[in-house]
Design a protein around this ligand. Structure first.
Ligand SMILES: [Zn+2]
Length: 419
């Protein structure tokens, strides 16, 4: 391929770095404006639930996070410029001694470590300044440090053998390495989803069964309706890090579980807890985890096939400002550069996720009562100081959960149908 094509690809890549980040800054300024416009008054529908002070606090909180995010986006773009057009990624590879496969592994570890250090000031600021200012932070410097160290060791223990595996396949199998690597990564991904709730998450938090006499029989009923075992509902000590509340579902097969943050439980009454539990059970019953695993399986197959195809094309490396080709650089490009092109599919993922939230809400309305879920959700918004207003475009692009008003209106309509 001629030099001209390499040049075109370089221009395209630079355009994506600039345009993507500008687009994200644009979206968040739209969101800032939408928040600002509604700050003088609580939206009509929410007047019975939120005071003006609460509403303004959530807007102030969301705006601070958005402004912080905008500065961070500029920084991220600068870091990408350093790695690629300014050839930082190439220099890092050349700086390492030629140890064959060890060099490949060290390269990605060094890159990961540098990225982690570059992110550190941002997480420090976010936890100890931003969250602190709004009274959410409960993380002590000790917990913060321990979390980072644990993450580093667990990450290394999982990633190093995996990288050696992939690079071994690359050397041993020739043109079919991508298929073998795809299988290896898939097995790894599935075992991680399976291991995470029982072996990894407990290294960071304590999990205890959700209890209470009054709750117990009701929980058992909901849980067995969803085809789950009663031992699968847990409370997590989230309060040791922050006062934000939440609930989530995780795992698959025998390891399925629903997890409540202890912070959420303090504010909800029994009926609301059950409604939110039913929502999470809805995700499990409707097989949302296997469905997303299937999607990521297909996407990762395409990704590995493409990697196999591009691995031997010098223009692909050169087009991203790296004049060396090696399997580690290929992996680096697929994790750092390719996402800039796939970024534009974000709204599709958000749309699927919002659709699943509606489905889980409908399930909860059927199993419990829509009004309890509405009340529970409103408390969740209140507790997290989540803004109840949003810019339409911002929401379409990013939001994994439908905007508060849409969600509540949909639930209210199911309530009317039921009665
Ligand atoms: Zn959900």
């Amino acid at each position: 391929m001629s030099y001209l094509y390499i040049y075109y690809l370089q221009v395209l890549f630079l355009t994506f770095i600039v345009v993507n980040h500008m687009w994200e800054i644009y979206l968040s300024s739209r969101q800032l404006q939408a928040l600002h416009q509604s700050s003088s008054d609580v939206p009509e529908e929410f007047k019975p639930f939120f005071t003006l002070t609460e509403h303004q606090r959530s807007i102030h909180y969301a705006s601070s996070k958005l402004k912080f995010g905008q500065i961070r986006l500029i920084w991220n773009a600068a870091v990408l410029f350093y790695w690629f057009p300014f050839r930082g990624a190439e220099r890092l590879f050349l700086a390492l001694p030629d140890w064959n496969v060890h060099r490949e592994v060290c390269y990605l570890l060094a890159f990961g470590l540098i990225q982690m250090l570059l992110n550190l000031p941002w997480s420090l600021y976010s936890t100890f300044v931003l969250e602190e200012r709004f009274g959410f932070n409960r993380t002590t410097p000790r917990i913060f440090l321990l979390d980072r160290l644990k993450g580093l060791f667990i990450g290394a223990a999982l990633i190093i053998p995996l990288l050696y595996g992939v690079f071994f396949l690359y050397q041993a199998l020739g043109s079919w390495w991508w298929l073998a690597s795809f299988i290896l990564i898939t097995i790894f991904q599935f075992s991680l989803v399976w291991l995470y709730p029982t072996y990894i998450a407990p290294l960071f938090n304590k999990f205890s069964p959700l209890e209470g006499e009054e709750l117990k029989t009701e929980i058992e009923k909901l849980v067995s309706n969803a085809g789950l075992e009663a031992s699968g509902v847990f409370v997590m000590d989230a309060s040791k890090r922050s006062s934000h509340g939440n609930a989530y579902f995780t795992g698959f097969r025998k390891n399925k579980r629903v997890v409540f943050f202890d912070t959420l439980l303090t504010d909800l009454n029994t009926k609301e807890i059950l409604a939110i539990l039913a929502h999470e059970l809805g995700h499990l019953k409707l097989k949302h985890i296997p469905k997303s695993l299937m999607t990521s399986l297909i996407l990762s197959f395409i990704g590995f096939w493409l990697m196999g195809y591009l691995s031997t094309k010098p223009w692909f490396y050169n087009g991203h400002f790296i004049r060396i080709s090696s399997p580690a650089i290929l992996l680096l490009l697929f994790t750092q550069a390719i996402p800039l092109y796939t970024f534009w599919s974000t709204p599709i993922g958000s749309w699927i996720s919002r659709k699943r939230e509606f489905e889980a809400d409908a399930y909860a309305a059927k199993e419990t009562e829509a009004k309890d879920l509405i009340a529970g959700l409103l408390k969740l918004y209140q507790q997290n100081a989540s803004p109840i207003v949003t810019d339409k475009l911002y929401s379409i692009f990013y939001h994994s959960h439908p905007p508060a008003l849409e969600r509540i209106k949909r639930l209210e309509s199911t309530e009317i149908k039921a009665s």
